[in-house]
Design a protein around this ligand. Structure first.
Ligand SMILES: Nc1ncnc2c1ncn2[C@@H]1O[C@H](COP(=O)(O)OP(=O)(O)OP(=O)(O)O)[C@@H](O)[C@H]1O
Ligand SMILES: [Mg+2]
Length: 195
């Protein structure tokens, strides 16, 4: 199997984007996952000393994505330019993100939803827009956690497993996202909730 073929309902990379791999020695998906995980661990350290940043902006989103994937991918921190079976058309990405962050700020100010629901809605809208060629799930889960930490002093719960690998937990997560696509956030709220 081609290591770049996704192992879930997410999107395969175009051949152009395969060229974007900085680490030419990578042959296996497991090696790619590990290299990305190391890069993300570095980003976590950076986040730790940059706690006061405003996370509700496209500038922060791009910086975070770059910090998470820049050791591995040339296009880290830049929006996708090709269409996918998920996500908005590429030229609409900046506008859709601007609208999303405006909405999130409005929800916070007006207490439109409970804090965890604001974070969950941010997460879902981000993966729906799908701004980047890859890494949308991971950057969007982290964005939701960062917002939740600011609002509530704790993270969301994402199941007891690493969601990157195929598992029952990942299946439940994707099913909950599909339901959220239809406007019903109940399963995603339940999935991300822990006492
Ligand atoms: N049907 C769907 N509706 C909404 N979002 C979806 C759907 N299928 C997948 N997603 C989201 O897209 C993500 C996959 O996109 P992408 O491959 O860009 O991110 P990733 O960070 O590499 O993925 P992951 O960390 O989940 O392996 C999933 O994690 C999920 O958040
Ligand atoms: Mg992926």
């Amino acid at each position: 199997m081609d290591i770049f073929e996704s192992d879930d309902s997410s999107t395969p990379l175009t051949s152009d984007e395969k060229n974007g791999l900085k680490l030419k020695w990578i042959m296996l998906r497991s090696e790619l996952n590990e290299a990305e995980a190391r890069n993300i661990a570095k980003a976590q350290i950076w986040l730790y000393s940059n706690k006061n940043k405003d996370v509700c902006s496209d500038i922060f989103l791009r910086e975070l994505h770059k910090r998470m994937f820049d050791d591995v991918w040339k296009w880290a921190g830049t929006y996708r330019t090709s269409e996918r079976n998920i996500g908005v058309v590429p030229y609409q990405i900046p506008l859709k993100l601007m609208q999303l962050f405006d909405d999130v700020k409005f929800w916070i100010e007006n207490k439109t939803y409970p804090n965890n629901e604001i974070a969950v809605r941010l997460h879902h809208r981000l993966v729906q827009i799908h701004p980047f060629p890859n890494g949308n799930g991971r950057v969007s889960r982290l964005m939701a956690d960062l917002l939740m930490e600011k609002l509530e002093g704790r993270k969301l719960y994402w199941g007891n497993k690493n969601l990157v690998n195929v598992s029952e937990v990942r299946k439940a997560y994707i099913t909950a996202l599909r339901k959220a696509n239809e406007g019903d956030y109940s399963d995603l709220l339940e999935f991300t909730f822990a006492e």
